[in-house]
Design a binder for this molecule. Structure first.
Ligand code: NI
Length: 340
């Protein structure tokens, strides 16, 4: 569609994803509009005529809506090139769900010298015509952890000959919940979730090892570092109390998405001008790799209302397609009027 409209596609070393450029007739700012594109490994449970045609793959996070909004925004702006100042890059980014795609785009250097970056995410909490706009943190920093508790295997009836990693794991899991409830300031935002346990093979065997996996979500760098440190201390010392050992690995995924204050004000104004209803949303503890762009340049992500529906990542999530036109009119106005 971009090519049919005569929109330039940049030659970049990307396996999937692309960046298109519209250059305005007048000089001005350089803006990027970022769209994520990936689906999720879910079997779609809607009966929509446009439901996923791929078995076991579904746009349950609304990224298909994002692509459509971006394409339509590009089409509208391409028609208004004579009024457009500066240039706009349309970034169709791969691999948002694994948190790695934004870094791939940044690595190409295509965003060097860009003045601001805009993005959107579907919101199943807002009606079509509503947009969620907030300065500061809107999504959380994401860390993944893996704890291995090493005990000593034995017969299930002879615990005295072993060191039970299942008993130690139970104590570790309970104690990890005290980080948020007992170590942090109650006004701080954080969570620790153990989401995967693996250990043992049979009812009469005490196993050698138990694996625990989970996630840490925080909204400021100090808390992020503190929770990681406490998690490690609790796992290691609790295991030691059971005469066992814990090894802890923590992998940092995207940091917290923090919207630029001025851009948030601007987005709010444009929403009102377009006859939309701006709403100040609550922060959510999901992750978003848009945060990596915001480490380099001022950026804003707006929640686009897609009608109230099941949550993101649910097999019955279904966005109202009327949101596409609403989003495209809004973002083309935002880009066209941007003078900062
Ligand atoms: Ni998403």
């Amino acid at each position: 569609m971009l090519t049919e409209e005569g929109i330039e596609i940049l030659d970049l070393p990307l396996k999937t994803g692309l960046v298109a450029r519209i250059t305005g007739a007048k000089p001005g700012k350089k803006i990027a509009f970022r769209t994520d594109m990936d689906a999720l490994p879910l079997e779609e449970k809607t009966n929509l005529p446009y439901k996923s045609k791929k078995k076991g793959k579904m746009h349950a996070c609304g990224h298909d809506i994002h692509i459509s909004v971006s394409l339509e925004t590009a089409r509208l702006l391409n028609q208004k090139k004579s009024e457009l100042c500066g240039e706009v890059l349309f970034v169709f980014q791969p691999s948002e769900e694994n948190g790695k795609g934004a870094l791939e785009i940044l690595k190409t250097g295509v965003l060097d010298g860009i003045d601001a970056i805009f993005s959107l995410h579907s919101s199943p909490l807002l009606e079509v015509g509503q947009v969620g706009i907030k300065e500061g943190a809107i999504t959380a920093a994401v860390d993944l952890f893996k704890i291995k508790i090493h005990g000593k295997g034995s017969h299930g009836a002879e615990p005295q000959n072993g060191r039970d990693p299942i008993a130690a794991s139970a104590a570790v899991i309970s104690s990890l919940q005290t980080i948020v409830s007992r170590n942090l300031n109650p006004t701080d935002q954080a969570l620790v979730s153990v989401t995967h346990i693996q250990g043992g093979s049979n009812w009469n065997i005490i196993p050698e090892e138990v694996l625990l996996e989970g996630t840490i979500r925080t909204t400021n760098p100090e808390t992020r570092a503190f929770v990681s440190r406490r998690l490690t201390e609790i796992a290691e010392n609790t295991a030691a109390a059971f005469e066992e050992e814990a090894s802890v690995e923590i992998e940092n995924a995207p940091p917290c998405t923090k919207n630029d204050r001025e851009l948030a004000g601007y987005a709010w104004e444009v929403a009102q001008k377009c006859g939309l209803e701006p709403i100040r949303p609550e922060i959510t503890m999901i992750g978003e790799d848009f945060a990596y762009y915001q480490e380099k340049l001022p950026g804003i992500m707006v929640w686009l209302g897609v009608g109230k529906t099941k949550t993101l990542h649910n097999p019955e999530f279904s966005a109202n397609p009327r949101a596409i036109d609403v989003g495209a009119r809004y973002f083309s106005e935002m880009i066209l009027c941007f003078k900062r």
